[in-house]
Design a protein around this ligand. Structure first.
Ligand code: GDP
Length: 314
């Protein structure tokens, strides 16, 4: 990827796409193209084809997706399957048809079997049953990986896939029900603090373990792999360490400076018990994360406060 190459970042308004765009700009890439979902609906094959025909990008980061936490995944099951399948199929097919030099597809750690041995290696894909709460999303992401592999096998396209672990960062979604656990808890602890509530309720038993990567670290890894990785097999992107939801809630309580209690609501689903990524392949390829969970939490809380302030003013 040269400084003058035309690079399309799909999903540039999302937390991941915006971090990839920032990273590319920092590194001096000058010709980055983007489209908001209002201007280009990636679920529409004709619109996507027209866009690729007109713009002819050389490199594509496919970071556009319908995403959300356990509740959103489990509730909007049709949308999570349909939207993500259509986005993957349309963009990957158009990239082939319009001779994109290289495409990177972003998946998720939820593509791996629910009871996969830990840490999860890339080779465990399709070796067992998926977690029910996010099966539609996982199936769409698996289809995306298989599209990249099939277009490579049949047409020789240099399409690669990367599998990020659970993410958080600047511009996250802090919706009380639909967000992922980390931003949802930042908001809940903050609101409990300012409203002097005696306790905060955390969903599930608190026992599941999760791994969290800051989105700017992910973006750095994505750009690095775009520059250095050209194989068929997906690459996991994570930090290689996890913690329980209970520990996470305690860290967030500390960062937010909330002094009340934590209560667990086990009527809410736990989801997968654990999904720790094996990141040995990523490390062998020469990339390692640099932002710790605690540093990331401080930056994420600052981001939440800014979004909150903006909401109050507007
Ligand atoms: P997952 O990694 O796909 O399961 O996605 P989430 O980030 O939504 O959830 C991770 C874990 O956090 C699950 O065990 C949830 O039950 C738990 N959790 C606890 N409180 C919350 C919350 O307020 N929102 C969400 N989304 N998850 C929560």
């Amino acid at each position: 990827m040269e400084a003058n190459d035309l690079i399309y970042v799909a999903g540039h308004r999302g937390m991941v796409g915006s971090a990839i765009k920032r990273r590319l700009e920092t590194l001096g890439y000058q010709r980055i193209i983007t489209r908001s979902s209002g201007t280009l609906d990636l679920r529409n094959p004709a619109a996507v084809d027209e866009f690729f025909a007109a713009e002819k990008p050389a490199y594509v980061f496919l970071a556009a997706a319908k995403v959300g936490g356990i509740h959103a995944n489990n509730t909007y099951r049709a949308e999570f399957l349909y939207d993500n399948l259509m986005i993957a199929a349309n963009v990957i097919h158009a990239a082939y048809k319009h001779n994109v030099t290289k495409l990177q597809f972003l998946g998720s750690s939820c593509i791996y079997p629910r009871m996969a041995p830990q840490p999860i290696k890339e080779s465990f894909l399709l070796t067992g049953v998926l977690e029910q709460t996010n099966e539609p999303y996982a199936i769409a992401k698996i289809a995306g990986i298989k599209l990249c592999e099939a277009y490579r096998d049949q047409y020789g396209c240099n399409f690669i896939s990367v599998m990020p672990t659970n993410l958080f960062g600047i511009g996250d979604n802090y919706h009380p029900e639909n967000a992922h656990v980390l931003p949802a808890l930042i908001r809940r602890f903050h609101e409990a603090k300012v409203n002097h509530k005696p306790s905060v309720t955390v969903w599930g038993t608190g026992m599941p373990k999760r791994e969290f990567l800051f989105a700017d670290d992910l973006a750095d890894a994505c750009v690095y792999l775009m520059q250095h990785y050209n194989e068929k097999e997906p690459v996991n992107i994570g930090i290689g360490e996890d913690l329980t939801i209970r520990q996470l809630a305690e860290y967030i309580r500390e960062v937010v400076c909330y002094e009340g209690d934590i209560i667990f609501d086990d009527s809410k689903p736990d989801g997968t018990p654990r999904k720790l990524m094996d990141v040995s392949k990523l490390h062998r390829l020469g990339w390692k994360h640099s932002i710790s969970l605690k540093e990331g939490l401080v930056m994420a809380y600052r981001d939440f406060l800014q979004q909150d302030q903006f909401k109050l003013q507007s």
